[in-house]
Design a protein around this ligand. Structure first.
Ligand SMILES: Cc1cc2nc3c(=O)[nH]c(=O)nc-3n(C[C@H](O)[C@H](O)[C@H](O)COP(=O)(O)O)c2cc1C
Ligand SMILES: [Fe+2]
Ligand SMILES: [Fe+2]
Length: 399
């Protein structure tokens, strides 16, 4: 159901309650998502982004209730990714008088997806477009999270269309941040940041500083997924500044994989050691948990201690996709250590340490190995490892 978010500006998106996987199956979306598209009714008529292709029919039906598509002047495509541009070809078949407005990099990505000879207008940071009563200002935001990403700001309404930045995969009954559970909202906004934006944290910091320096009033931030920030809209900007800084937090994750509970018992002992030293931790059994949620927990921890037994001269395979994605996210400012049980050759601890280093983690203490099921003194060594990691972490987080 379309919603008027400002006089003459309508949300015309789709709520996808059933979505559980995004980017193929690479990102879990346990609370669904929304594809936010907007319609600005002024002397000139503009659409900002569209929706994912499977929802094209419902999307166009909703749009037609508000305007004859032939009257649309501009289709502003802030980002070419198909979750926002999927309905563009169908819309452009009806919006016969429309110009597609893209960033300079969008001149590569939008034609790169659709290969159509639409009328294009490329804009850059600082360019404006008058709709009659309203004026739009464009702000390129490269790598937040694609080269083509841009923001569109409506001057008269102090409204920022931020595309994927500040978004959340979060299906809800209502459209605004003050109408949903704030804890769910923060969790989804954080999970989104961690899994999509972490590698570009330096750009996030720079872009936010650049936009704040423009001193544009911001009354509402309307991202392309999830709820719109109208109550204290800058709260999410402050959160992004915090997340992008990646200051080490005084909490830990003990992540482990184990076949016969030997490494699990070691993991619990590491946790006991952390708690002895006053550091809160989460104990995470890798194969039983969602990879994106694990990475969100890792993101929030200043210390990550990882355990695996040795299997076929390696570490347990359930850890491999976690390390693989973790490396790509290029997280910063973490310390860690490794541990694990073995039977005869015991390579896993060294290999886990090598993985941690590739993930940018400083391996702060020597790993602990236990042969077969751990003996009491080996469990005590694991507790000592927990205490040692806690001590190092406390040193790092003392501001
Ligand atoms: C299929 C299989 C392959 C294994 N391969 C190795 C190996 O290559 N080197 C080694 O030191 N131990 C090997 N082990 C022994 C385990 O590391 C050992 O049983 C360990 O205590 C299991 O700890 P967990 O209960 O935490 O999984 C293997 C065990 C299994 C079941
Ligand atoms: Fe995207
Ligand atoms: Fe998106």
């Amino acid at each position: 159901m379309h919603t008027e978010i400002k006089p003459g500006i309508h949300w015309i998106g789709i709520v996808d309650w059933g979505l559980r996987h995004f980017h193929g199956h690479e990102l879990s979306t346990n609370r669904g998502s929304t594809y936010n598209s907007y319609l600005i009714l002024d002397e000139k008529i503009a659409v900002v982004d569209t929706v994912w292709a499977p929802f094209t029919d419902d999307y166009l039906a909703q749009l037609r209730q508000l305007v004859d598509p032939a009257r649309i002047d501009y289709v502003i495509t802030n980002h070419a990714e198909p979750d926002h541009s999927g309905a563009l070809p169908a819309l452009m078949r009806e919006a016969v008088n429309a110009t597609v407005v893209v960033s300079k990099k969008g001149m590569d990505s939008v034609p790169g997806h659709y290969h159509q000879d639409w009328r294009f207008k490329a804009v850059g940071t600082g360019d404006t477009l008058s709709l009659g009563r309203r004026e739009l200002l464009f702000l390129e935001a490269p790598m937040l999270h694609w080269p083509d990403t841009m923001f569109t700001y409506v001057k008269n309404d102090a409204l920022l269309f931020s595309n994927d930045a500040f978004g959340q995969h979060y299906a809800t009954a209502f459209r605004f941040n003050d109408q949903v559970d704030p804890l769910e909202l923060e969790q989804e906004a954080l999970k989104y940041y961690v899994n999509i934006l972490t590698p570009y944290s330096a750009m996030v910091t720079k872009k936010i500083a650049e936009i704040l320096a423009l001193k544009l009033p911001v009354d509402m931030i309307a991202p392309s997924h999830g709820v719109l920030w109208r109550q204290n809209p800058l709260q999410i900007v402050t959160k992004y500044q915090e997340w992008a800084a990646q200051q080490p937090q005084p909490q830990a994750v003990v992540l482990y994989e184990s076949m016969w509970h030997a490494t699990r018992r070691m993991a619990e002992a590491v946790g006991d050691g952390l708690a002895d030293a006053g550091v809160p931790y989460k104990l995470i059994y890798a194969s039983a948990n969602d990879r994106n949620d694990i990475l969100t927990d890792i993101f929030q921890a200043g210390a990550v201690v990882v355990g695996s037994s040795t299997v076929n001269n390696g570490f347990l395979p359930s850890l491999a996709p976690i390390f693989s994605e973790w490396k790509g996210l290029r997280m910063k400012n973490k310390i860690g250590a490794a541990f694990g049980s073995y039977g005869w050759s015991g390579e896993s601890v060294k290999l886990v340490e090598a993985q941690l280093k590739e993930c940018g983690v400083t391996v702060a203490h020597p790993g602990i190995l236990a042969k077969w099921q751990p003996k009491p003194e080996e469990l005590e060594a694991c507790r000592a490892l927990g205490r040692a990691v806690a001590a190092t972490l406390k040193g790092e987080t003392k501001a």
